[in-house]
Design a protein around this ligand. Structure first.
Ligand code: SAM
Length: 298
């Protein structure tokens, strides 16, 4: 099958109705992209936030009657008044192949590699983690995940209980397990992430009794040796007293999901309960790591 596409720039309020209209008239897929440079850092569970200005691209089978389809779409009230668009050819390619080619095995530090299932595991991958892009965040391609994986690769985790707070695909908990952690707790407020984590853990040979996969809250009296939390600045700000309560004295804290300009505020927030706080950066994103001190949470 070959394809044609229709591209149009719309605003946030027009996008949803237009998306439905194009699907109604036979579009095989509609993709929305930021028309400007407005980052959306992380939607809440079930949310589909949109940018203010959107480029909407609708893919159609090239055999459709282009003129009739375009006339019908443009006559509908969901079509933005005065907007012009025309069908353009999409160069032929093997779509599945093109998508798969983008995901290659990736190293993180000296031992850990994240490998998609359709590629051979490189000989130098001492600790391979098998993971395919799926329904939940976390493949290692994002800087925030990378910064956590690099920390894990260099840590001594043997015998440790590791909490992955905001586990997404489970990538950090599973990496910790493969790197020697004894016990894993993977928590997320999105049920879809828990399904993905369960599947990925099984696929990587993490025993069911080695990993607890759960929604919040943590059980009363929960304690651990390491916390990894790749979330966002505001939840991390709110979670500081909880992390100080559940992390054992001397335990390691790793925060990610933060932009460089948010470092100072987060450092000040965690400083009462954590020592040796250090900042590492990859592109625009930072990681903060540190050690739980002996100060009580009051
Ligand atoms: C950026 S993803 C990180 C996924 C993975 N840990 C990684 O490093 O790639 C953040 C995850 O945290 C979850 N999350 C965000 N806020 C949360 C909260 N307050 N409690 C629990 N999970 C949360 C989201 O559902 C999402 O799956």
């Amino acid at each position: 099958m070959s394809f044609i596409e229709l591209k149009i720039q719309v605003n946030k309020t027009q996008a949803e109705a237009l998306d439905e209209l194009l699907m109604e008239f036979g579009s095989l897929a509609v993709t929305l992209e930021d028309a400007e440079d407005q980052p959306i850092l992380e939607p809440g569970p079930g949310e589909t936030p949109l940018w203010q200005q959107i480029v909407l691209t609708a893919l159609f089978d090239s055999d459709i009657d282009r003129e009739a389809t375009l006339a019908a779409i443009q006559a509908d009230e969901a079509w933005p008044a005065g907007a012009h668009a025309r069908f353009q050819a999409v160069p032929d390619q093997d779509w599945v192949r093109a998508w798969m080619d983008r995901f290659q095995p990736m190293p993180f530090g000296t031992k850990l590699w994240v490998c998609p299932s359709w590629r051979p595991i490189p000989a130098e991958a001492k600790v391979p983690l098998l993971l395919d892009p799926g329904l939940a965040f976390g493949t290692g391609t994002h800087s925030t995940t990378r910064l956590c994986l690099e920390w894990l690769d260099s840590a001594d985790l043997s015998g440790k209980h590791v909490l992955d707070f905001g586990c997404g695909s489970g990538i950090l908990a599973i990496a910790a397990g493969k790197l020697g952690a004894a016990k894993l707790t993977a928590l997320d407020n999105d049920p879809q992430a828990l399904i993905a984590t369960r599947e990925n853990a099984e696929r990587n040979g993490i025993a069911a009794d080695q990993i607890d996969i759960q929604l919040p809250p943590l059980a009363e009296g929960f304690h651990c040796d390491v916390i990894l939390a790749n979330i966002l600045a505001e939840p991390l700000r709110q979670l500081a007293p909880l992390f100080a309560t559940v992390l054992k004295p001397g335990g390691a804290l790793v925060l990610s999901g933060l932009l460089a300009e948010q470092a100072d505020e987060l450092l000040a927030r965690y400083q009462p309960w954590f020592d040796s706080l250090a900042v590492s950066q990859h592109e625009d994103w930072i990681r903060i790591d540190g050690k739980r001190n002996f100060t009580d949470v009051t």
